[in-house]
Ligand binder design. Structure first.
Ligand SMILES: C[S@@+](CC[C@H](N)C(=O)[O-])C[C@H]1O[C@@H](n2cnc3c(N)ncnc32)[C@H](O)[C@@H]1O
Length: 311
């Protein structure tokens, strides 16, 4: 018979405790825990408070907020609350739109800068940022010969960013990647007995990873952005996919507004299909292309403090 006792199930989270935690989390990182995701919140809080030998969610709340070790604890808790699910070329209609519409439009602009700046906002473990770089390299073979690209991958999770910078993936993490890209842009290597695929140096050279909290404008890549040569008026392309679906409606609108402010005039924001539909912002047009949800900045309207609306 095993001597290990079964894990103690989490205590119920009272309405007041839920409100306190939700407000703190939303203010610090934007995540919203609806009814369907409440279990994850409760389980994560429970795991941490038990580890600290605390007895209630309130006691743990005070620790995170007021104890000298609270900031460090918050970072650990945050990692438990985040979802890093991702894959290469995840939302195919967006990449199709990028290749057939967005890149040709940008590259065809008269007198444009020779460097294209792309941003994967909420890049998790890096697959989206590398997919953008590979898409550009492929288009460079045909239409973008005279251009360079710089891709910024950003996330709030330091753990995810560390993996992104490492650029090594297991076979199952390449599941959506066409064989052609694997052969062209990856090198097989071995980590002990595990087969790993490493993103090739010429792709990695185009991508830079940074900590950016989408809810904290002070961490945003306001120009000048070292490393992103040619970035004067903002980004040409921003991908923000499967990030805002975990946020409240108000936070989503606020962040999209902020992201649009970081597009240069003529630049495109490609959201995930369910992220923020029907947004109306001054100087921003929605572009309808099959299943892709795209906004284009068409005028230099200052969007800071704009009250946006949902149609
Ligand atoms: C589900 S993954 C999506 C990854 C990728 N964009 C994709 O579509 O495959 C969501 C990512 O958003 C990040 N995230 C959540 N809140 C964030 C915030 N406030 N600022 C920046 N990144 C955030 C998470 O850490 C996570 O890596």
């Amino acid at each position: 018979m095993s001597s290990t006792s079964p894990p103690i199930p989490p205590l119920e989270l009272s309405a007041l405790e839920y409100e306190l935690w939700q407000a703190l989390i939303q203010q610090r990182c934007g995540l919203f825990f609806s009814e369907s995701r409440l279990r994850l919140l409760r389980q994560s809080l429970w795991e941490r408070l038990r580890l600290h030998h605390m007895r209630s969610y309130g006691e743990y709340y005070n620790y995170v907020l007021f104890h000298p070790g609270g900031d460090r604890e918050w970072k650990v808790l945050l990692e438990l609350l985040l979802n890093h699910e991702t894959s290469f070329f995840r939302h195919q209609p967006s990449y199709h739109a990028l290749v057939t519409h967005v890149l040709p439009a940008l590259l065809g602009e008269p007198k444009r800068a020779r460097t294209l700046c792309m941003w994967s906002a909420g890049c998790a473990t890096g697959q989206e940022a590398y997919s953008l770089a590979m898409t550009f390299l492929e288009s460079q073979r045909t239409q973008a010969q005279d251009f360079h690209v710089k891709v910024l991958g950003s996330d709030i999770s330091q753990q995810a960013l560390a993996k992104a910078r490492c650029g090594q993936y297991k076979r199952h993490e390449l599941r959506q990647l066409p064989d052609y890209y694997r052969q062209q842009y990856f090198t097989v290597m071995y980590d002990e007995s595990t087969v790993m695929y490493e993103v090739n140096a010429r792709v990695r050279a185009l991508v830079e990873f940074r900590y950016i909290n989408l809810c904290d404008p002070t961490t945003f890549p306001l120009p000048p952005l070292p490393g992103l040569h040619g970035l004067v008026g903002g980004m040409d392309v921003i991908f923000c996919q499967n990030v805002l679906i975990y946020f409240s409606r108000e936070s989503r609108v606020e962040i999209v507004q902020r992201l649009c402010q970081h597009l240069r005039v003529g630049g495109y924001l490609l959201l995930g299909p369910a992220e923020v539909v029907g947004l109306q912002l001054p100087g921003v047009q929605s572009v309808r292309l099959a299943d892709a949800l795209i906004y284009r900045r068409v005028a230099p309207t200052d969007l800071t403090g704009t009250v946006s609306s949902l149609a």
